[in-house]
Design a protein around this ligand. Sequence first.
Ligand code: SF4
Length: 415
Amino acid sequence: MKTLGIYIHIPFCIQKCLYCDFLSFPKGRQEQTLYFDALKKEIETSAEECRDYEVVSVFFGGGTPTSVDPQHIVEIMKILKKFYNLRENAEITIECNPGTADATALREYHEAGINRISIGLQSANDEELKRLGRIHNLRQFEECYKNAREAGFVNVNVDLMSALPGQSVEDWERNLKYVCGLNPKPEHISAYSLIIEEGTPFYQIYEGEAAQIEKNGVVITGDNKDEYPPLPDEDSEREMYHRTGEILGANGYHRYEISNYAMNSEGEAANVGTAGPLDDDGGKYECLHNKRYWQGGDYIGFGLGAASLFNGERFHNTSDFRKYLEASGTPEKQDAERLDTAAQMEEFMFLGLRMISGVSAGEFKNKFGQSIEDVYGEIFAELISEDLMVREGDTIRLTDKGLDVSNYCMAKFLI
Ligand code: SF4
C-alpha cells in the first residue's frame, strides 16, 4: 500500500509575533467553531480519495493548534481513526506554544492518540522573547514541558531560533545549553535562523522605511525603530550555526537536516545522519513527517492554505478565510500542477540535499530512468572540486562546507 502524510492547518494564534509571516491570526471562538466544522467536513470528504493509502504521519501545524478548544483536535483525531488507514504506530505531532495548553489539554491530546509534541520555545531568554513579540516567558515553557512529559509524551521537539535582534554568539550558546540541560532532554531540536520576511513589523524595523505601522499594540515609527537592537552580522550568524552543531553533537544529538537534530538512539554515532528510505524511521527520533517533504513522499494538506503533493500533483487550498468557510468542506484545489520530469528531478535534488545523508544515485535512476551523472555530472564535478559535495558509493551529499552555503549549492540544480 502507498503511504501518505497528512498535514492539518490550524490558523489561529493568540496574537501575531513581530517576525511572523505564516498564515495565522487571532479569531474568536465562534469563528473557530465554523472553521473546525468546515475542516472536519474536508477531512471526512477526502477520505475516499485517500483510501488506497496508509497514513504514516499526521502533523497539526499552524498557527497555534493548542490555542483552540482541545475538543476540536480530539474530534479530528476521531475522524482520522474512523475514515483513514492510520498506521498503528503512525507519528502524530501537534505544534504547541507555551502558555496555550494546560495539563488537562495536554493529557487530552495524548489520550486522543497524538504521540509527538513540538514546543515553540524559540529562546530561553525572556528579553529576547519579548522582542520577538512572543506571548510566553521561560517559566511558562518550563511548565508546558513538564506537563507534556507528565501527560505521557516521550517524543518532544523544542524549536529554537537564532540570529535574534541583539543576540550574541554567547547568548545563543546559552539557549542551546539550556535546552540540552532539560530533564529529560528533548528527543528532537529544530534550530532555525530568524528570517526577516516582507510584510512583518520586523521587516519594517530592519529593512523598511520610516512609515508607521502598528501590530500587537506596538507602534513602530521612524522615531522609535532605533530602540530595536541590530541583528547579528553574517559572521556571528555563521558562528552560531557552527556552534549549534558542536553543542548539540556533544550533547548526544545528530543533525539529519540543515536545521534539525535528533537524539541519537542506541548505537547511533553523533553527527551521523541516518535518514533511510521513505517511512523508515531510521534515526528513531527524526521527524518522519518532515522527512516526507524532503524526500518527495505524498502528503495531503487540510485546512486554510494547506499545500499537498498528492498523486503526482501539487496544489493548495485557498488562503481566504471566508472562501474556505463558504466551500464547506470542499475547497477548490488552487494552482494545481503536475510536475514534469525536469521539475521532479530538481525537487529530488534540492530537497534531498537538505538531508545530511544526501541523495541516492540508485533511487534517482529508479525514479527517472536516467543516470544521475548524465543529468548532473558537470555540476557534481564543479561542487566536488570546491569541496562542497562528496560522492560516497551510491550517496551524493553536501559537505559541512557545502551545507554552510547550501542555497548556493542547491541553486545549481535548477535546470
Ligand atoms: S505563534 Fe507562530 S504562527 Fe503564531 S504568530 Fe507567532 S510565529 Fe506566527
